[in-house]
Design a protein around this ligand. Structure first.
Ligand SMILES: Nc1ncnc2c1ncn2[C@@H]1O[C@H](COP(=O)(O)OP(=O)(O)OP(=O)(O)O)[C@@H](O)[C@H]1O
Length: 368
């Protein structure tokens, strides 16, 4: 089921004027503060009546201003998860979860299934006051799922959590993406979340869509880098765990060769998504020798974009994947880099942090 959105709306000096599609999976709406993300979410939810627009979910029309159709929010069957969990403090976790059921006549999703998916079985008799921020958010997601929504809206669900709590909840969001058929529209301004979760990426700037498409392709697009943030830029690679080695490294197979990374928490055979920061990739024309860096992948330059300053962003094909390398223009010139040139991409193992490693769609179950 695909969500199709096309909107025009003016708030004084600010205007939304955009269209995008959110296919199954997680579509991240990414943009700076004030770019219009929350206004889009409000329009999809039915809380904002656009001046002009059409919003449909599969073959259900939620809004069509030309036909004066505006389905009220409570009839849209949309689940919400906000920055703060907004649980009822006087109800237990079980009571909060079952509250979600009030909004559906169907009740076909078993409570046990949602409890297992989110790992909240041990919390059922506790009240929200006795939960961590990450646990509260998992319960809020469970409550939303039990109302059996046709679409889940998540507005910066991790923004209020510290890094440790974010790391704890991300694997559950990955499971949600891969194991629940409900499409998710997810608002974020954190590229780390995009790299871990997004199937589709929609970038907003000043009320307009500047880039939209499959997340892996956009994250590797040098033209999208200024909108995504240069320091954070980086591509994602799919990698399969081959084996854990005795010295604490894990060997992974990528389409362009082999990677050695600090031990990853996944069983051999698991399919992972690895974020490779552009600024951690070095390039060499000759086969490098005598380097401490363990990862050397043969690559071919596919495009190169000069920055305004001394930097350049190089896109390379490595096997069937695309990666980005951020280097200086001086080095790009010295190496004679241009599309079609063969080179070697060099990556230190320790440049990839645990948070850069996530589960990929269709992954085998992860180990502990
Ligand atoms: N009801 C309103 N009346 C007037 N202006 C509004 C209204 N709602 C939003 N705006 C303006 O529209 C612009 C986009 O706001 P919006 O909240 O959609 O952005 P955002 O990307 O979600 O930002 P943030 O990440 O800070 O929440 C802002 O300039 C905001 O001031």
């Amino acid at each position: 089921m695909t969500l199709s959105v096309s909107l025009r709306h003016g708030f004084g000096s600010f205007a939304l004027d955009l269209a995008f599609e959110a296919p199954p999976g997680v579509t991240v709406l990414f943009g700076r503060s004030g770019s219009g993300k929350t206004s889009v979410v409000n329009a999809v939810a039915g809380l904002l009546r656009p001046d002009a627009g059409r919003i449909s979910l599969g073959d259900t029309l939620l809004c069509d201003t030309t036909r004066r159709i505006h389905v009220p929010p409570h009839r849209r069957r949309i689940g919400y998860v906000f920055q703060d969990a907004r649980l009822f403090p006087h109800l237990t976790v079980r009571g909060n979860l079952l509250y979600g059921r009030w909004f559906t006549q169907r009740a076909t999703v078993p409570l046990d299934h949602v409890v297992d998916l989110l790992g909240i079985g041990a919390l059922l008799d506790r009240r929200p006051g006795a939960l961590s921020g990450g646990e509260k958010q998992r319960v809020a997601i469970g409550r939303a799922l039990l109302a059996e929504p046709r679409l889940l809206l998540m507005d910066e669900p991790l923004a209020a959590l510290d890094e440790a709590r974010k790391a704890e909840i991300l694997p559950y969001l990955e499971r949600l993406r891969d194991e629940v058929a409900v499409p998710v529209l997810y608002v974020s301004h954190a590229l780390a979340e995009v790299a871990r979760l997004a199937t589709t990426l929609v970038v907003l700037e000043g009320g307009r869509v500047t880039h939209a498409g499959p997340a892996a392709a956009l994250l590797a697009d040098p033209a999208a880098v200024p909108a995504l943030g240069i320091r954070e830029a980086g591509a994602v690679l799919e990698a399969r765990v081959v084996r854990h080695e005795a010295d604490g490294l894990t060997q992974l197979a990528v389409s362009g060769g082999t990677l050695l990374l600090p031990r990853v928490a996944a069983e051999p055979g698991a399919l992972l998504r690895i974020r490779i920061h552009a600024q951690d990739v070095m390039l060499s024309r000759a086969q490098p020798e005598g380097l401490s860096a363990l990862n050397i992948l043969p690559a071919v330059v596919t495009s190169l974009r000069q920055g305004d300053g001394p930097g350049a962003m190089v896109q390379l094909r490595c096997g069937s994947d695309l990666i980005l390398a951020r280097i200086t223009r001086r080095s790009a010139t010295a190496l004679g880099l241009e599309p079609g040139v063969a080179c070697h991409a060099v990556l230190k193992s320790v440049a990839v942090a645990q948070g850069d490693v996530g589960r990929a769609t269709d992954a085998a179950p992860r180990g502990g």
